[in-house]
Design a protein. Structure first.
Length: 235
């Protein structure tokens, strides 16, 4: 999609967002720039909500400028032949508007979600990461969290179980836990009938304790195979 068509698409999408989301937004603009991630290959910043400094105080004084980077969209589209300009444009626009709304409301949920995404990149690249970062992701149901395309099934346990039962996409599964597994553990799940677009990860962890702050445990990562559980039991 060329720059002119992208600008027209973003202008059209802006008319589809309720007007109250634009309170305090000075402008929504499209930049031709590509903004690469400072350390991670193939990652680009698609948009930004830039707060504008003001001398006044109060929510009504918070103003922002929303910028979408056409060059970043173009770079990712060249990397991904299935890139969906409409979907990504809408998600980026509404994501940046949500940043502004939360700033006005003095809330930081979206900033926490952005931090979770950064730790998720670190996990994918084999770098150290906060093992509880997924708790800042979206949680459609208790114990299940989403960070970008990856899903996390959170299990708080006293000790490592021999197997774990879980539900995914309406189906019951059981996964045997490998011997010598230690806590906390991130276990990539294979074998579900309807896998997510990203990773499905079974997280086994103890309830946080005070001394964990001073003596953090080493995180174990591995893989488990899920099989259909015809007679699920309550764990």
């Amino acid at each position: 999609m060329n720059l002119a068509d992208f600008e027209r698409m973003i202008r059209r999408m802006s008319t589809e967002v309720p007007a109250e989301y634009f309170d305090g937004i000075t402008e929504v603009v499209v930049s031709p720039r590509a903004v690469p991630h400072p350390t991670r290959a193939e990652i680009y910043t698609l948009g930004e909500c830039i707060p504008l400094p003001l001398d006044q105080e109060g929510a009504e004084a918070v103003q922002s400028r929303v910028v979408l980077y056409h060059g970043s969209f173009l770079a990712i589209a060249e990397l991904d032949p299935e890139f969906e300009w409409e979907r990504e444009g809408w998600e980026t626009l509404t994501h940046e508007l949500r940043h502004h709304v939360e700033w006005r409301a003095r809330r930081d949920e979206l900033e926490a979600l952005d931090r979770a995404a950064e730790h998720n990149y670190a996990r994918q690249d084999g770098e150290p990461f906060d093992p509880l970062y997924f708790l800042d992701g979206d949680s459609p149901v208790p114990g299940v969290y989403q960070v970008e395309d990856d899903w996390f099934l959170d299990h708080v346990v006293r000790q490592v179980p021999s197997a774990v039962r879980f539900n995914w996409h309406g189906q019951h599964y059981i996964a045997e836990i490998p011997p010598r597994t230690t806590l906390p553990a991130y276990l990539l799940v294979d074998g579900v009938d309807e896998p997510p677009q990203g990773d499905l990860i079974l997280v086994l962890r103890r309830r946080p304790r005070l001394f964990d702050l001073f003596r953090p445990a080493e995180l174990l990562q591995g893989t488990v195979q899920a099989v259909s559980d015809l007679k699920p039991e309550v764990q």
